[in-house]
Design a protein around this ligand. Sequence first.
Ligand SMILES: *Cc1c(COP(=O)(O)O)cnc(C)c1O
Length: 727
Amino acid sequence: MPDGMPRWNAANPVGAMDTRRAAELLAARLPDRMRVFAELAYDLACFWRPEGGRLFAEIDALTWEHCEQNPVRMLSAVPAAELTRAAQDRDLVGRAEALQRALCEERARPFAEHGGLSAEHPVAFVCAEFGVSPALPIYSGGLGVLAGDLLKEASDQGVPMVGLGLYYHDGYFHQQLDLSGWQHEYWIETPPHRCPLALVTDAWGIPVRVRVQIRGEDVFLRIWRAELGRTSLYLLDANLPENSLIARWLTARLYDAEREVRLAQYALLGIGGVRAARALGIAPAVIHLNEGHAAFAAFELAREGVAEGLDFESAFEAAREQLVFTTHTPVAAGNETYSSEEIWRVLDGLPQALGVDPEQLLGPGRFAPHDRGEPLGLTVLALRASRSANGVSRVHGGVARGMWHALWPGRAVEEVPIGHVTNGVHVPTWMAPPMRELLDRHLGAGWLARAADPQTWEGVAEIPDAELWGARNAMRSEALRFVRERGVVDALRRSEALSQVETVGGGYLSPDVLTLGFARRLASYKRLDLLSREAGRFIALGHPVQLVVAGKAHPRDDEAKRLLVDAGRRSGATGARIEEVMRHLAFVEDYDMAVARQLVAGCDVWLNMPRPPLEASGTSGMKAMLNGGLNLSVLDGWWAEAFDGANGWAITADPAENEEARDGRDARLYFDLLEGEVLPLFYERDAEGIPRGWIRRIKASLMTNGPRYCATRMLDDYVRSVYGKRW
Ligand SMILES: *Cc1c(COP(=O)(O)O)cnc(C)c1O
C-alpha cells in the first residue's frame, strides 16, 4: 500500500472527502439557500429516490433535460434568474434539505457482514461499462445497466462493494438516422469535472495515479469517484497531458472500433483496476470479473504473487482463489479473442514481469494451452482464472456449460462448473412514479427492502383495478408525450418536410391505443425484422395497435443497420397501406437509459424475439414487468423461467427448424397471438371501462415476477452462492 493511504473502509471510503470538496466548490457558485442542491448533485443515490430528479426539474425543467439529467452540469448552466427564484421557494428548498438529511443518514448506515465480506473487505466489481445514470454516459446497453443496478442494490442493502471501471470521455456513440433510415454515429465529449465525479486525491491532496505499461509506454491513469449512496464507483482515466496522444485516446470511447485500442482498454481495466484497488488501499474479499473484458486482472494478481516469490503457476492458482466470473452472452462478438501477435504488441512487458515464457503465459487463455496458433480468449482466460463462474439465467447457464465444455475435458457437460444467477433490475431506478406511489400505498412501509420476498407482493392482489388501470393510463400517456416530442426533434434534425414533422407531432399515437414496445441494442439476433415481415397485419388485427421502437445498431453491424433502413424506406414509401402502417409506428433515435425509462414504463406489451438460445437473459422486459407491462416474448433467457402461462405470453422455441423457416414461423406466431389473445383482452372492457382480464394478468405478472426479477434477489444470490462460497 502506498504511503499516506489508509486502509480503505466502506464506511469512510477514499475519495469521499474529494466528493464533499467538489460539492463545496459547486455550492460556492450558488445562492446560499441553493447550496444543498450541490450536495445532492454529488450523491447519485439522490436520483433513485422518486423526489430526487423532480427537485432538480422544479428549478428549471428545460435546463434539466438539456443537460441530460446531469445535476452538476445543470447547476452550472441554469440561468441566474431561475436560481434566484428557486432560492426563494421555501417549500422546494425545505424538501431538498430533507432529502439531503435522508441521504446523509443513508450513507452513515452500517454495512452488513456476509461471509468474508465486511466494510474493510468489500467485493471489487470490475466491468468495462457502468450504466448508473444518464449523467454518466459510459455504458452501451444491458451489461452496463446491470452493473449499475447491482452497485445501487449493494448500497441499498449495505453489502460492501466498490465498482472499478474506466471513464470514457467520449462515452458510447450517439445515433442519428438520415432520411434514408441509415444510422450515423457521433460522439459527444463529456468532461469528467462536469459530471457527478470527484478526482481522488491522497492525504496530501495529490491526485492518486496508477500506471500500466501499454505498447512499451507507461500510461498514467487518474481516478474519478462517483458516489452511489454507500457504494463507490472508481473510474480510471488516461486523458492526462503527460500521456501520449495514443495513450490518452485509450479511454476515449467505450468499445473502440479498433481491435488494438480495445485490447489496450481491457488491459487498463483488468491490470489498472487491480492496481487502482491497491493504490486506494482496498483489500477486496473477492474480485468479481463482470464479463471477460476484465480478465487481465488475473495476470496482475499473478504478477503480485510472483513478486512475492511464487512461481507463475502457484501465483495463478492463488489469483484464482480471489476471482469470480460472470459470463453475459453466448454471442461470438461478446467473447472476444486476440492473437498472440496482438497481445504482445499491446502487453510486450508482461511475460518478463511474470517471469514466464510468453507461450506459457497465454496458455490459460486457450482451449489447448500449448497450441501456439490458438488465439487468447478473454472468456476462456476468465473461466480458467476464477474460482466460480456463472451465466445470467437458468437457460444461459446450460448454454454456457455447453459452449465451454471443452475446458473441462474429463467431465460430462452437466458437470461443467458454470452455474447461474439470473439477472434482476433495481426497482427504485426502473419503477416509474405512478407505479411506485401505488405500491408504496398498498405493499406496506419498507416493502422495497423486502422486494425479494414473494409475500411482499401479495398485496398487489388487493389493489383496486381502477387504481392500477389509472396508473397504467398515466404512464402510457406520459411515454407517448415523450415519444412524440422526441419524434418531432428527430424529424427536424433529419430535415424532414415540415408537413411530415407535423404528422409526428400531431398526436398520431393515441394514449388509448394498445402500445407495443421494442427497445434494445439492434443486434441481428434480436430479430427486429420479424415485425416488418408481417407489417401489413398491423392494420388488420381487428383492433388498433401502435408500436414504439428504439435501439442502436453496432456501428460495424451492417445487417442490423439495414433493419433501420427498412423502417426508414417504409416511411418514405407512398402506398396508402404503408402510410397506414407507419401511422402506428414510431422510432425513437438514440436509445439510452433516459429513453428506456420512458418506454418500459409506458408500453403495455414488451416484445422480445431473440433467436434462441442467444438471449442470455434480457432485462428490459423485467423493467416493463415492474411497471405493469406484460411480456410477449420468445422462451429464451429470463422469460424461459419466468413465464407460467398466466403472467404474459410466450412463443416456444423450436430449434429443429432452419433459421429462415423459424423466423417466418415465429413472425406468424407473434401476430397470431396479438390478434387472437392480446388485443381482445386489452379491449374487453366492463361498464366502468376497465379491462378486468388485462388487469388480472398484470397482477399475476407482478406477483410472480416482482420478487424474482428484482436486483434484491439477484444480489442475495450473489452474496449467498458466489461471493461467500464455491459452487
Ligand atoms: C435495460 C437496458 C438494456 C438491456 O435490455 P435487454 O432487454 O437486455 O436487451 C439495454 N439498454 C438500456 C439503455 C437499458 O436500460
